[in-house]
Design a protein around this ligand. Structure first.
Ligand SMILES: [Zn+2]
Ligand SMILES: [Zn+2]
Length: 464
């Protein structure tokens, strides 16, 4: 059995871990490394579609096709003049969750390679393809062959639903998936039974969210298993601060219950746990939560799989952002996925919110801030930032802009958030419950800190 780390080591995200065991070859995630990507690319400086994967390969953001014959899409290989295969040479990709640092570059994999993930992750990636303004390097669920021809349909990947606790086979290997708690629903960890023992792949996980019990249930299940090698995420290995979804709820509740004007909140669009938290707070405070069109679409598409309110619930409003004509007319919302949402009775444009500030919490992302010009938040309104702090230069610049907008509209900035990742205390509990023989830190900038928390008898093997 051999592991090759093409990404996800000594950095947060971009996991691309190849596991080979005799004739079976599978990848554990195939994500995008945002910090490396950010070294060369930004908003208007992107890899060129017309050059396929070549720009990303050249800048070291994707493994060279020479290293992975039989892995990439044949149209991408053709564009780059790389050798083309008849059949893929890989048995599968285990996808832990829908975040792009784990999933994005599956876009470039040969569509015949099966991708195993939870039903929720698959449904989420499908919904994102409809409403998410994706570029060619994030078309995970389905993609258009390049060069794109007019009217040619999208090609869907070979998706395989992994059910928590139900073993399945990838090539010659057995895999057991587990549902875990993270800041996106549908996250999974995997246990792989190889010829040289078991490998546990954590993906991203935590225990302090609303679904923390899922991670705890997995630890119970794993008591019955021998884990030889644990690939363990360590995003927050250096932190001990106590955070939880419960605390997010109580802090936000405190701010909102004292506010007698509009509340503006921003949280990650894929974080449906956070959506539920704000929905609950809205209800408790006799307010309605106004969500963006794409929020409503995602919720509607996932409602049959997760506990979520109906988008026509009496405490939900659907915000209409000002588009082309500026008149909120039907033809401004004529994309297929928007049409049905537009015709619902609970839609609300910004100027209507102006008149009903005391009754509403509105979710506005950074990209929606110019809607404040129509909303005109009254004196005494509050802004709650409920997502991770900026971790790179580009985000820091955006944060600066955000603060300028808030200052302009006299909105106080409140920071209320809990991370999608386990801190050092939780990681210690997780690792010492699993008791692997060996542990390899992944998805962390501080692999050296693992030795401070793991119990005796667990050997740490860092990848340089
Ligand atoms: Zn991640
Ligand atoms: Zn994640």
């Amino acid at each position: 059995m051999n592991l090759t780390f093409y990404g996800g080591v000594n950095t947060i995200g971009g996991n691309k871990i190849l596991l080979e065991d005799s004739d079976t070859r599978l990848f554990l995630d195939f994500g995008m490394n945002y910090s490396e990507y950010g070294k060369y690319f930004e908003e208007y400086m992107k890899p060129r579609v017309g050059n396929g994967i070549t720009d990303l390969v050249e800048m070291g953001l994707l493994p060279h096709p020479k290293e992975l014959p039989g892995f990439y899409r044949t149209d991408m290989l053709e564009i780059g003049n790389y050798p083309i295969h008849d059949k893929p040479a890989f048995d599968g990709i285990l996808l832990s969750h829908a975040h792009f640092d784990h999933s994005a570059h599956i876009s470039f994999a040969d569509e015949r390679i099966p991708v195993y993930s939870s039903e929720i992750t698959i449904a989420m990636l499908k919904a994102l393809l409809e409403c998410g303004n994706l570029s060619f390097d994030t078309e995970v669920y389905a993609f258009k062959r390049r060069p794109a021809k007019r009217g040619e349909p999208r090609i869907e990947r070979n998706w395989q639903k992994a059910k928590p606790g139900k073993k399945f086979k990838v090539g010659e290997l057995e895999v057991k998936p587990f549902a875990v708690d993270h800041s996106v629903p549908g996250a999974m960890s995997f246990l792989i039974y190889t010829s040289e023992g078991t490998v546990f792949y954590s993906g991203d996980l935590r225990m302090h969210g609303t679904y923390g019990y899922l991670t705890k249930e997995m630890l119970k299940e794993l008591e019955k298993e021998e884990v030889d090698l644990m690939l363990c995420e360590g995003t927050r290995i250096g932190e001990v601060e106590n955070q939880s979804e419960e605390l997010v709820k109580s802090h936000s509740h405190e701010i909102i219950s004292k506010c007698n004007q509009l509340v503006i909140a921003d949280y990650a669009f894929k974080d449906l746990t956070r959506f539920n938290t704000f929905y609950e707070i809205a209800k408790e405070n006799n307010r309605k939560l106004a969500i963006q069109l794409k929020d409503a679409y995602l919720i509607r598409e996932l409602k049959h799989l997760i506990e979520l309110p109906s988008i026509t619930d009496e405490n939900i409003l659907i915000y209409l952002d000002k588009r082309c004509s500026g008149t909120y007319c039907e033809k401004d919302y004529n994309k297929q996925w928007m049409k049905e949402l537009y015709s619902l009775d609970n839609t609300i444009p910004g100027k209507e919110i102006t008149k009903r500030q005391k009754e509403i919490i509105v979710r506005l992302s950074f990209w929606d801030l110019n809607e404040l010009i129509d909303i005109k938040p009254a004196q005494g309104s509050q802004y709650i930032h409920s997502m991770c702090e900026p971790f790179n230069e580009e985000m820091a610049i955006s944060e600066e802009r955000l603060k300028n907008w808030l200052k302009h509209f006299s909105l106080p900035y409140n920071y209320v958030h809990c991370s999608g990742h386990a801190n050092a205390i939780e990681l210690k509990e997780i690792i010492n419950a699993i008791k692997p023989k060996k542990l390899t830190p992944i998805h962390t900038e501080h692999p050296e800190k693992f030795k401070e928390i793991v119990g005796k008898g667990i050997k740490i093997e860092k990848i340089e």
